[in-house]
Design a protein around this ligand. Sequence first.
Ligand SMILES: *[C@@H]1O[C@H](CO)[C@@H](O)[C@H](O)[C@H]1NC(C)=O
Ligand SMILES: *[C@@H]1O[C@H](CO)[C@@H](O)[C@H](O)[C@H]1NC(C)=O
Ligand SMILES: *[C@@H]1O[C@H](CO)[C@@H](O)[C@H](O)[C@H]1NC(C)=O
Ligand SMILES: *[C@@H]1O[C@H](CO)[C@@H](O)[C@H](O)[C@H]1NC(C)=O
Ligand SMILES: *[C@@H]1O[C@H](CO)[C@@H](O)[C@H](O)[C@H]1NC(C)=O
Ligand SMILES: *[C@@H]1O[C@H](CO)[C@@H](O)[C@H](O)[C@H]1NC(C)=O
Ligand SMILES: *[C@@H]1O[C@H](CO)[C@@H](O)[C@H](O)[C@H]1NC(C)=O
Length: 517
Amino acid sequence: MELQLKGGGPPVVPTNTVYSTVQQQDYSASVWLRRKEKKLEHSQQKCIVIFALVCCFAVLVALIFSAVDVWGEDEDGITEENCNKNCRIVLVENIPEDVTFSENGTAHLPLSVGLHGLLEMAFRSVEIVSPQWNLNSSVYDSSSQKSAGQGWALLQRLQGLKKKGISLKIASGMIDSAELKGLSRYSEVHYINMTALTKGFLHSSFWVVDRKHIYIGSATMDWRSLSTMKELGVIVYNCSCLALDLHRVFNLYWQLQYKDFIPSMWSKRLSALWNKEENLPLLFNNTKSDVFVSSSPDVFCPKDRTVDLDAISYVIQTAKRFIYISITDYLPLTIRKAHRYWSRIDGMLREALILRNIKVRLLISCREETHPLTFNFVWSMKTLCMELANCSMEAKFFNSRELRDGTLQGINHNRFMVTDSAVYIGNFDWVGNEFTFNAGAGMVISQAEGVGVRNSTLVEQVRVTFERDWYSRHTKNLQANKIPVCNKHQLNQMAHLKITTEPTESSRSEETPNGSL
Ligand SMILES: *[C@@H]1O[C@H](CO)[C@@H](O)[C@H](O)[C@H]1NC(C)=O
Ligand SMILES: *[C@@H]1O[C@H](CO)[C@@H](O)[C@H](O)[C@H]1NC(C)=O
Ligand SMILES: *[C@@H]1O[C@H](CO)[C@@H](O)[C@H](O)[C@H]1NC(C)=O
Ligand SMILES: *[C@@H]1O[C@H](CO)[C@@H](O)[C@H](O)[C@H]1NC(C)=O
Ligand SMILES: *[C@@H]1O[C@H](CO)[C@@H](O)[C@H](O)[C@H]1NC(C)=O
Ligand SMILES: *[C@@H]1O[C@H](CO)[C@@H](O)[C@H](O)[C@H]1NC(C)=O
Ligand SMILES: *[C@@H]1O[C@H](CO)[C@@H](O)[C@H](O)[C@H]1NC(C)=O
């Protein structure tokens, strides 16, 4: 009708009137028709509604049982079948200026160069999870200005991604970080309320770039990680298989935004692709390697994902000759309202020492926060070996340098373990709380001994790095009956300590199902 009117010759009567009359007629006609059909329609509607409800219910049931990920984004067509397994790996380190080593052959790619390189390579997406966001240090004196500049430069680079059309996604447990608030203008930030989920913290620290390259290690997005702290990690390039699996860990955090409960069932697209039973076979710089990603705590582990503790156990079990551990804190305690003995890792190491004669070296940081009981536990492990043939346990403390204002420089923030055949690089200190309540991720790389040229595989490189630190002038031997003074208030603290062996009411409910060996 409208067309007819418009299509007709030049209008002689005001179009408006004709148009509205026609409209009115049309309307009343339709009302009349509708009334007539109402009865018929009513029963039809009923049918449709019931049908729709049944459909909805069926879809819901299907969704629940198949755990299909309705919210999940696609994985860019990269699957475990077509992903790339021919990868490059580089060891990255941050060595503070005042930490020097006499040997010259062990310089690795500086962490800041590695991270900038990753951002340079980025083409579509950068996903970051970090326990800290403090790249723009506002509190540094002029002497450390140069080092603080590294953090500032990285922050600038991250802010510049948006302009280049690269999406930046950040998962974080910090609600009140001013830096993240500023960054949210340039990125998408998802907040995870770890207090509500596990009563812990988000300590995971890794990057996934373009679902192809990854970084994982001890460093966080803190300017100190790029300057005054000693950090170690790895960057893996062109490795979509590994990136795909680590991206799934990221995606799990991503979906927990503002949730105050942990889903009883995870989507299929979050389950692990590879694990300790089924490693991912890869080539790292043309060296055959077996790899898998681990995650914590166990309530954050969907089907098939190996928890960090089992990854650590795997590496300890597969060691044949030695286990070298470089860690900030080593403390077999769960510290909540009460101190409780937590034997998981301690037990594994004692077993390796006594039952399998594996040589163990522990390199622990000596710093302000070092728990005074660290010494007692380490010393007790050392005394186990006394007078035992072929039992070798050594421990050393890595010293930091105290500055005039009382802050410590050169803290060894490393979190790795290396054996004759494998490396574990994780996000945690080896303290009970971390594994029980906090979120973290890790990676295990196994490479057979003696493949390739000598000292050329990643496992060998990490071992050489450990030995460099071990024999350096920054370490102090563990001495009998002498607690190393890592902080001045330490001895006063000792008097107030009491360790419970019986689970207390609160810790019993917090205990994980596989709480003991
Ligand atoms: C360090 O390098 C110099 C020259 O390149 C060499 O003479 C020296 O022996 C090296 N030192 C060690 C401990 O390898
Ligand atoms: C760093 O913080 C200062 C103020 O403390 C601010 O002026 C500056 O813009 C910040 N830089 C970046 C890159 O956000
Ligand atoms: C996180 O969870 C805790 C405990 O449920 C709650 O008290 C707190 O308000 C939550 N924080 C945010 C920012 O939602
Ligand atoms: C990754 O692969 C691309 C294409 O195959 C290649 O051009 C690039 O150099 C590789 N990057 C690294 C770090 O190996
Ligand atoms: C210690 O190791 C040596 C060489 O590996 C072996 O011959 C010896 O039997 C071992 N001793 C004990 C008590 O296991
Ligand atoms: C792997 O290759 C890259 C570049 O070719 C090199 O920088 C890196 O050090 C190598 N990694 C190992 C573990 O040899
Ligand atoms: C391998 O590293 C060890 C130090 O752990 C060193 O003594 C040895 O000379 C290195 N071998 C080669 C071929 O570089």
